[in-house]
Design a protein around this ligand. Structure first.
Ligand code: AMP
Length: 300
């Protein structure tokens, strides 16, 4: 496994791989790798001859400086996990490599980035699209693999790639979960033990909405009411947002559901040192049944 720290070296390797007719998958991460990230690696390997992982804690996507400081960093452990998973290249640049002195260029997607997490984390997605652009230009991959857990991020990256004409296929990977259903996230480790126990309420409320739709509920206000009621059963949980959205445009949905609908949740829980952790999760509800030909599995 090669560890590369400069854009130039990565681009040279990408050129050589491409010249030899080999396909490259890139898995962009911020490190603190868990099995969810490694599932993305697996998908990357199935798609291409080479699988590359980037590990970069991107400062421009943190709207709170304290969050950036607290973000877990464990490069040595991550390199070991990548090596064990058969990763071919890890790209782990320093901040100055990705943001050269005096940097003043950014990439910004419009309306898709304004709602949901974009509303509560101003500037976050501008940071994401800027770094994803830089990583795509550095690694020149044929495929880039992203998790559906960060549904809005995936939708925004797909939009950006389409709008700017990037020569890459964006691949979405289903969310990997703990045995109790909680979506794997590096943030879970920061929850207090009681908050971690109560965090199952997030996936339970998604399942509750899914059951309600299966039982015939089509009224969006009533569905959201059920979700909020379920979440309120966990006394430590505080809803940041609970929304029903069009799975492609992320626009608000009509009062009666008539097609696949994204249920997106962000819920705050207490963390150590009087802090809080924001967990996100989502599910695509299928009012016309799972065989709805227009859309399946939340893929954009
Ligand atoms: P992060 O390092 O947390 O920014 O995530 C890097 C990539 O891993 C993103 O595309 C995430 O959507 C994806 N990811 C994070 N958690 C999971 C999970 N539990 N299952 C699948 N993919 C995930």
């Amino acid at each position: 496994m090669r560890v590369i720290e400069t854009i130039r070296e990565l681009q040279d390797l990408a050129d050589a791989e491409r010249a030899a007719g080999r396909k490259i998958s890139l898995v962009p991460t911020m490190g603190a790798l868990h099995p969810g990230h490694l599932a993305l690696v697996e998908t990357g390997r199935e798609r291409a001859d080479r699988v590359w992982v980037s590990i970069f804690v991107n400062p421009t996507q943190f709207n709170a400086p304290a969050d950036l400081e607290k973000y877990p960093r464990q490069l040595e452990v991550d390199l070991e996990r990548c090596c064990e998973s058969g990763v071919d290249v890890v790209f782990c640049p320093a901040a100055e490599e990705m943001y050269p002195d005096g940097a003043q260029t950014a990439v910004e997607v419009g309306a898709l980035a304004e709602s949901l997490c974009g509303a509560t984390r101003p500037g976050h997605f501008k940071g994401v699209t800027t770094i994803v652009t830089k990583l795509l230009l550095a690694a020149k991959p044929h495929f880039a693999i992203f998790g559906e857990k960060d549904y809005q991020q995936l939708a925004i990256v797909r939009r950006m790639v389409l709008d700017l004409g990037f020569d890459v296929e964006i691949v979405g990977e289903p969310t990997l979960r703990e045995s109790d259903g909680v979506a794997l996230s590096s943030r879970n480790a920061r929850l207090t033990p009681e908050a971690r126990r109560q965090a199952t309420v997030v996936v339970r409320s998604l399942e509750e909405a899914e059951r309600a739709v299966e039982a015939g509920e089509r009224n969006s206000a009533r569905l959201l009411e059920r979700v909020r009621r379920e979440i309120s059963k966990a006394p430590l949980a505080r809803i940041d947002y609970a929304e029903l959205r069009d799975p492609d445009s992320l626009a608000p949905v009509p009062s009666t559901l008539d097609g696949p609908t994204l249920l997106a949740l962000a819920v705050l829980f207490p963390a150590a040192e009087n802090d809080s952790v924001r967990l996100i999760d989502n599910r695509t509800l299928q009012p016309n049944g799972p065989s709805d030909p227009s859309r399946q599995n939340g893929r954009v």
